[in-house]
Structure formats: C-alpha cells, structure tokens
Design a protein around this ligand. Structure first.
Ligand code: ZN
Length: 190
C-alpha cells in the first residue's frame, strides 16, 4: 500500500501544475517584422516595421514601394510583399536579424530593363523586377555565396548568384536558381 501511494503521488503531481497565466498569451503583441535597407543607387535608407503577425502594414508597404522605385525613371510599382519576408528571413537565417541590407536593384520599368539588357549582361527579357517581385541585394559582412546558400535553403522563389558583381537576386517566382558568369555554365538572367 505504501508503495502504491508513492506512485499515485508522482502521477498526480504533474496535473497540479498551474496553467500559465492568461496574460502570457492573450495579451501578447503580435510579432513584428522589421527591415533596414540601404539603396546603393539613391543613397536612401529605410528602417521600418512592415508586418505585424500575419498583417502587412499598408503604409509601410507604400514606403517600401517608393524606396524600391525604378531609380532610373522614378516610377513606383506595388511590390509583392512576400519578397520582404524573404529579406527578413535572410537576416535572421544568417544570424543577423535586423541588419542593414544593401539594395542593388528593386523595381524596373520595361524601359529600364531594356536599357540594362542593352548595356549589361545577365538581364532577362521577362525579368521579375518588372513585376516588382524581385530584388538584388547584398548583406554587408556576409559573404555573398553564403547569402545565396541561405536564400536557396528558404525555398521561397528564384535565387540568382552574381559573384563578379557581388550580389544575390531573390524573387517570389517559382523556385529555381542560376549563376551568372560562373565557371560551370548555367542559364543566365533575371
Ligand atoms: Zn535581379
């Protein structure tokens, strides 16, 4: 009897642990998603919370759209906000949440894309930059090859690696990858 009583006691104890106070969940603020960006062509900086929980913040998205405007023509296009999630996840995954990201290129008008195609290589005719679904970036202090590897591991869309220009292209198109001017030939451009 004595032995049974001890066993019963051990079984009952976990059930008596008090539930967590209601305030720990009910009062918790939704997670905030934050980006710090530096645009290498305009010299502008943006430090912004663009999403709370599952809700994108319209005013923040509008500021991001303007920030990522075609720097040649000044035209603004509404961005696919999922590309911002990719950027935010990248900073977390490289172990530097909230670190500043260099923007090499955001939105491109068709004119601007054609201009680039005429003057440089590695630019696709139907680039997702023209749909405001693509951004070219680097993360200061993090090797571009590592940014590429982390971007690929997210499986969130296309990832292009431009080692000679030292940037990575990310987009919200289908999952695919390419490397521009790499030793192993691969399809070029977006
Ligand atoms: Zn690109």
């Amino acid at each position: 009897m004595r032995h049974s009583a001890v066993v019963l006691f051990l079984l009952v104890v976990p059930l008596t642990v008090p539930a967590r106070p209601l305030t720990s969940d009910a009062g918790a603020a939704p997670q905030e998603y934050h980006l710090r960006l530096y645009h290498t062509h305009t010299g502008e900086r943006l430090d912004i919370v663009y999403r709370r929980g599952n809700d994108y913040i319209p005013k923040a998205l509008a500021m991001l759209d303007y920030f990522l405007r075609d720097h040649r023509t000044g035209e603004v296009h509404h961005y696919d906000p999922r590309v911002f999630d990719i950027l935010e996840q990248l900073t977390v995954a490289v172990g530097r949440p909230g670190t500043e990201i260099d923007i090499i290129c955001g939105y491109r008008t068709p004119w601007s894309n054609q201009y680039l195609r005429a003057h440089t290589e590695g630019v696709a005719k139907n680039s997702l930059h023209m749909q405001a679904q693509a951004i070219d970036i680097r993360i200061p202090g993090v090797p571009t090859s590592r940014v590429r590897d982390i971007a690929l591991s997210l499986h969130r869309g296309g990832v292009g690696y431009y080692p000679h220009s030292n940037f990575v292209h990310v987009d919200t198109g289908r999952v695919r990858q390419w490397c521009f001017e790499c030793s192993v030939p691969q399809p070029a451009g977006d």
